[in-house]
Write a protein that binds this ligand. Structure first.
Ligand code: AMP
Ligand code: MG
Length: 357
């Protein structure tokens, strides 16, 4: 077990001494957890295969799940990608820094371990002052997956990172709560029209407004779950984000959801299980006095404010563990805008158990 240095920094103190030390750790082959606008990342110098191997080891991440490379300047992309179509520049202008990862053919400078042997590399510029300052100071591109143990929900606070990676990471920079709360959208630019491999912080509708046509990897749609379609993004085949409780996503009209939730909570309680509900504000209000009392209730936010729901989702899944819940019923949202990313994470947390009522 190694000693993990922990440092809490205010997002405006970009000259903090510990930021410089963390940048040095990155440059010289250590691994550093840092905040981004999506979730916390666990980074290593992307050009150093040995350093990147430490990231896989610390997370227990399967070797076939490639990492996203983070950069602070648009120009850095040319060291990583060998063909950059004009559409990439258009997207960078619109969405960088921000939660959009571009998949492009890689250069030989990128070690195999980063891309899990693929001929492409995922690149993004995070929209967080501390992440950008760290990347600038490290002066190397940083390969960074989410800073959780593999299979666990991605961390959105520094404390959650410590719970997973104390004794494993060299450095943890705590910059407060992540703003977006779900990971970046992964967009494959090696095909035409571009293909969304993972829904995330930039919605399909936002991309379409700039690009015209954008497709969604068919393996991702809810209706296709359970089918044998293989997602093009290797990471999407793993059941991540899962708390220890058995999660079920509940979809349908409010009236039907209330009746079903009441029955499910009663049944769970009668069989001695600890039960939790993750609901939208509207349903929680409609449930009052109509649904049996769960052991834990979390209101994720209004169904009309998907940003709030995205922001709270991973924290809520982690809190299910802290409450030692056995079963959790989570309300689904409409698959529009950020709702696509929310439903993707929720259904994965639920191992694709979706109950339509
Ligand atoms: P994480 O950083 O933990 O959010 O995971 C990164 C995600 O990006 C995973 O789902 C990967 O499969 C995906 N990804 C990274 N690089 C590539 C690539 N070259 N091709 C397809 N998907 C990628
Ligand atoms: Mg991850």
């Amino acid at each position: 077990m190694k000693i993990t240095r922990y440092c809490k920094i205010d997002g405006t103190n970009l000259n903090a001494d510990c930021l410089k030390r963390a940048a040095g750790v990155l440059r010289w082959g250590g691994i550093v957890a840092f905040p981004t606008e999506t979730v916390y990342g666990l980074g290593a110098n992307a050009f150093n295969a040995e350093a990147v191997a430490k990231v896989f080891a610390a997370k227990g991440r399967p070797a076939d799940n490639p990492l996203i490379v983070h950069i602070a300047r648009e120009g850095d992309i040319s060291c990583l990608a060998r063909e950059i179509p004009s559409v990439a520049y258009l997207l960078m202008d619109h969405f960088w820094p921000g939660p959009l990862t571009l998949i492009l053919p890689r250069t030989e400078a990128v070690p195999d371990i980063v891309t899990a042997g693929l001929d492409t590399v995922g690149i993004r510029m995070p929209d967080h002052p501390l992440a950008l300052a760290l990347l600038e100071k490290a002066r190397v591109p940083v390969a960074a997956p989410s800073a959780n143990l593999s299979g666990r929900p991605s961390p959105t606070t520094g404390i959650e990172v410590l719970r997973d990676l104390a004794g494993k990471a060299d450095f943890v920079i705590d910059g407060g709560m992540a703003k977006v709360g779900v990971e970046s959208t992964v967009l494959d630019l090696t095909v035409n029209p571009p293909l969304i491999l993972r829904p995330g912080g930039i919605s399909k509708e936002e991309l379409e407004a700039v690009l015209g046509e954008v497709r969604l990897d068919p393996a991702l749609s809810l209706q296709e779950e359970g089918s044998k379609l293989k997602p093009k993004s290797p990471g999407m085949k793993y059941t991540h984000y899962a708390p220890k409780a058995l999660v079920t996503v509940v979809m349908g009209s409010t009236g039907e959801k209330i009746k079903t939730l009441d029955r499910l909570v009663r049944e769970a309680r009668e069989s001695g299980m600890r039960v939790g509900l993750l609901l939208t504000e509207e349903t929680a209000r409609a449930c009052r006095e109509k649904v049996a009392k769960p052991h834990y209730l979390e209101i994720l936010g209004s169904q009309y404010c998907l940003e709030t729901i995205a922001n709270r989702l991973f924290g809520a899944l982690r809190r299910c563990d802290r409450w030692h819940l056995d079963v959790v019923f989570a309300e689904g949202v409409k698959q529009e805008g950020l709702g696509l990313a929310i439903m993707n994470r929720l259904t994965k947390a639920a191992g694709h158990r979706v109950l339509w009522v």
